[in-house]
Design a protein around this ligand. Sequence first.
Ligand code: FES
Length: 244
Amino acid sequence: MNRRDFNRICSSMVASATAIGSLPIAHAASERVTYNKSQLLNENKKLLSPETLIPGEPYLFFYPFITTPCFLIDLGNQTNADKKSLSDKDGNNYLWHGGVGPNKSVVAYSAICTHKMSHPAREISFINYRHEKTAYFSREGKSEERSQVISCCSERSVYDPRDGARVLSGPASQPLASIDIEYDEVTGAFYAIGSYGGDMYEKFFEKFGFRAGIEHRVSDPKKLAGDTAVVRKVVDYSGQVIKC
Ligand code: FES
């Protein structure tokens, strides 16, 4: 399936999606919202510890709702800085909390592109983490190349996961929303506990809620994640992962 086909199918879902009742997800832009505390588990539904994450491998889980995808990435080394100041498309400032885990290298972001909400689906994903060197054009039109980026191949938005997923390139107007992850040093467990930054959840449900419900075989795509959330490799979830 090419991008045009994918876009066409997604667009055709819009009319149906509007029939779904609207769950209020009201909160001030960018503020931290606490959702259910969900322990992240591996595919065998056992403890997902830092040692079981392969550095540079993008993983996927669904949070804070059972159909909203998030990336989990062990970047391999400590992130740039704690408490980095970012702003959403409306100019609301917020602080990025930095990586977690024993090396402060594990980060999590909503995998819904803030441009037109491309996201990993069963059939295909146009947005993914690239650990290897990736070429792109900066917002000033300069040719750049760097590793460790989240790249959306729909219209080439590029985000920096080392820096709160701020936008490096492309039409995206704000960083990916950050997922608040808590790390328990005693047990080695990770928990998703909330979300902050300019999230796209409400718009995602408006546009893709119907399809997401079918994909996840649930009657309510807006249902909140429960006590646990299963983490799997992106390549084990999406049949085709596009690189650009
Ligand atoms: S949807 Fe990601 S760049 Fe357009």
